[in-house]
Design a protein around this ligand. Structure first.
Ligand code: ATP
Ligand code: ZN
Length: 730
């Protein structure tokens, strides 16, 4: 009887593919190949690396039509059993092609079919048999042999730092005395260094998390800004490491600051594997390897690190769990927070979701006792929460968006030797460019959007696609030179602040001025010196930073955030403003936040000024429940990008017609509708929404939609995808 290999092949198809074992593989041995190993297979005209899901003795495809795999690449799986199961689950839950999901769980090196990096050396049997005095005439080789004589493998980098370079080792390799291997550090159980004495609430959270070691529980750690959540994570991790297990720590995209890393390094004298977008491919591959081999005790990374195999995982931490960057917004659209919770269940370990402003999803789960809820209601070290007040800017003269009151407070804080953080969530010089004589407006050619004025670079840029044009000197329509820049951006505010407060430095922090980890590191260390200065920035400045010198936080344009068409708009605003406020008063003196607004009486503005986030969240949750929206309901979005206008809607109409009879009463289809920005990067975008009252129906309906879409022939150039639990429906 033939053996079939059922393989997840990286391709856009939502299915597995059957292959015959490579010609030289004995069918009986092939039958017992372990799941999770990599197999090189022919696919179309290419040769690709897939993952073996299972072996089988039957296939629905006739034998004559099956191809043989080219090669079995591994003897043991390079995915841990839990991550293997996690990928299978994620592929089903997100209705994403299994091959692409498994790809997300392998380092680039392994995806390319290469062998894991062998970055350590050890003695061969012959090398071990040599006496002390061998190679006396080659002192460097002798020294290398000595360094390896302990019987363990030693990492190449460690040997190099002792002066034993690769040429020396290669000489010994030629003589058959040493060989390369994957390192396998024997990590001694390592406790963390001591931290501050925990407050009662911190101590109780730590106690309960530790009590759950070795079994699955989800903990929601809701602690006001500066309440010492990180301290709770560090204690829980320390306990986990003492048990000889690994800790996986997820942080938001731009939250992985040098400060965060330094805090972990200071506390733990143990190898930490970093995984973030600022690393080279080789560095990332190495971190994946160190996690997988168990050489790193702590794995600290952004979203994708949730798929890193760890043989002895003991705890998962998701910091700032409400953060939007946990959701991947293209390709495999998963939520790393939700995947982390599933993973903890599969690994039978605790997971801690921490935030000062938990998502309504997590709040809902805590209310229903699915999660253990821990509250830290006071700031650590007896510090006070910042005072919040609104500045009514109606009828006030504004210069570069700043009112006299905000300017006065800023000047005062600086004069008192404190730092001021001004928040403006729009980069560039101005939001748009208009001709004063004929009314022409600079639009993006590829999007239904205006172009932003970037004066430093003398450019017009679209913030929705990569379009850039030279900043015109005259109106392209009528030739007039009276062009006006409307709407405020950080460049403009920076110019004015530099002029107005010329005795103090102004640091502008946005993705134009700060690119990359090195810039951020320099900036953070400047700010940490504590000298009075103005920090002017976008969201980039607000996430997870601990700047003890900041006494005043000003929000220049709160109104820009107040009106959003999306169902999560108010939740986002409440989270953002609470987080921004949380940057104030983290040092020894109390802090203050001022919100400039034209709508001081807006109910949400009022709520933000007078009530804690937890109460606002409870209200917002009630509203969602009344409307059947997430987390009380479940959304799947079927989206299309098409070349021609209307093409997407027509196609989605067809999908709807085919799927509707098989959608049960707990789900309803809404649309198709054009997206809020119908044209983006040259594509016309439409969507069909499926809103369900229960999870099972949501999953079944989404699968029905995908099946109907796959069965229909999409017009050429139309691209579609499904987004389960989307962040927005715009
Ligand atoms: N028990 C404690 N006693 C004294 N200081 C503490 C204690 N716990 C934490 N701290 C200090 O308080 C400050 C804020 O703590 P931490 O950064 O852990 O808070 P956080 O809740 O993670 O903050 P945020 O969510 O606002 O980023 C840090 O300087 C930390 O060292
Ligand atoms: Zn554009």
């Amino acid at each position: 009887m033939p053996t079939y290999l059922r393989i997840a092949v990286p391709s856009p198809l939502r299915r597995l593919f059957d292959y015959l074992p490579p010609a030289d593989e004995d069918p009986d041995t092939a039958l017992s190949l372990p799941s999770g190993i990599r197999v090189r297979v022919p696919f179309g005209r290419r040769s690709v690396v897939g993952v073996l899901i299972a072996t089988a003795t039957r296939s629905e495809v006739p034998l004559s039509r099956l191809k043989s795999a080219d090669a079995i690449l591994d003897t043991v799986p390079l995915l841990s059993p839990a991550v293997f199961d996690l990928c299978r689950w994620a592929s089903g839950y997100y209705l994403h092609p299994p091959g692409e999901v498994f790809t997300a769980a392998l380092s680039k090196r392994l995806r390319e079919g290469r062998a894991p990096l062998q970055d350590a050396w050890r003695l061969t049997a012959r090398g071990q048999g040599l006496g002390e005095e061998a190679l006396a005439r080659a002192p460097r080789q002798q020294a290398a042999l000595r360094a390896l004589s302990g019987g363990h493998a030693v990492e190449a980098s460690a040997l190099k730092s002792q002066g034993m370079t690769s040429p020396v080792l290669r000489e010994l390799e030629k003589k058959g005395l040493v060989e390369r291997c994957e390192s396998a550090l024997q990590l001694p159980p390592a406790a963390g260094a001591d931290g501050p004495r925990l407050g009662d609430a911190q101590a109780s959270a730590v106690r309960q998390i530790i009590a759950d070691a070795g079994s699955f529980h989800c903990h929601l750690l809701e602690g006001v800004t500066g309440s010492g959540k990180t301290e709770v994570y560090l204690r829980a991790i320390s306990h986990c490491l003492q048990q000889g297990r690994q800790a996986l720590v997820l942080v938001p995209e731009i939250g992985l600051t040098p400060q965060t890393v330094a805090r972990f390094r200071e506390r733990f004298d143990t190898p930490i594997a970093l995984l973030h977008s600022g690393l080279t491919d080789a560095e990332r591959s190495q971190s994946w390897d160190r996690a997988r081999r168990g050489d790193a005790a702590i794995i600290l990374g952004t979203r994708s690190a949730v798929f890193a195999s760890c043989p002895r995982l003991g705890i998962i931490i998701v910091d700032e769990e409400h953060d939007a960057s946990y959701k991947q917004q293209d390709g495999f659209r998963y939520s790393a927070r939700d995947v982390a919770v599933k993973r903890a269940q599969l690994e039978a370990c605790p997971v801690v979701l921490g935030s000062a402003t938990p998502s309504l999803e997590s709040t809902f789960n805590a209310l229903r006792d699915r999660y253990r809820h821990h509250r830290l209601e006071q700031r650590a070290g007896g510090r006070a929460m910042p005072r919040l007040s609104a500045i009514d800017v109606r009828r006030q003269p504004l210069t570069a968006g700043l009112s006299p009151v905000l300017l006065e407070h800023t000047g005062q804080a600086l004069a008192e030797g404190r730092q001021v953080l001004l928040f403006l969530n729009r980069r560039g010089f101005a939001a748009s460019l208009q001709c004063h004589d004929c009314g022409w407006i600079a639009d993006c050619e590829h999007c239904d959007a205006r172009m932003t004025v970037h004066r430093r670079r003398r450019q017009l840029r679209c913030h929705h696609c990569s379009a850039r044009r030279r900043l015109p000197e005259a109106c392209p329509q009528c030739g007039s030179t009276s062009l006006i820049a409307n709407g405020l951006g950080t460049e403009q505010a920076e110019d004015f602040l530099q002029q107005h407060f010329d005795r103090w430095p102004v640091y502008r922090v946005d993705s134009d001025s700060v690119t990359g980890h090195a810039d951020m590191a320099t900036l953070v260390s400047d700010i940490h010196r504590g000298d009075p200065c103005i920090l002017l920035g976008t969201q980039m400045l607000t996430k997870g930073h601990h700047f003890p010198g900041v006494g005043l936080v000003g929000v220049i344009d709160s109104d820009a955030l107040l009106f959003s068409a999306d169902f999560r708009g108010e939740e986002r605003l409440a989270q953002l403003l609470t987080q921004v406020a949380g940057r104030a008063g983290r040092g020894d003196l109390p802090g203050e936040m001022l919100l400039q607004t034209h709508y001081p009486d807006h109910p949400l503005m009022q709520a933000l000024l007078t009530r804690p986030y937890a109460e606002i969240a409870a209200d917002l949750l009630l509203q969602r429940q009344e409307r059947g929206l997430p987390p009380a309901g479940h959304i799947a979005l079927l989206r299309t990008d098409a070349r021609a206008e209307g093409e997407g809607e027509t196609f989605l109409q067809d999908v709807r017609r085919h799927a509707a009879p098989r959608i049960d009463a707990a789900s309803q289809l809404i649309g198709p509708l054009p997206s809020a920005m119908p044209r983006r990067a040259g594509k016309h975008r439409s969507q069909l929404i499926c809103l369900s009252t229960d999870r099972a129906s949501a999953a079944a309906s989404a699968a029905t939609l995908v099946a109907a879409t796959e069965a229909l022939k999409a017009p050429a150039g139309l691209h579609w995808f499904i987004d389960i639990d989307p962040l927005d429906t715009l």
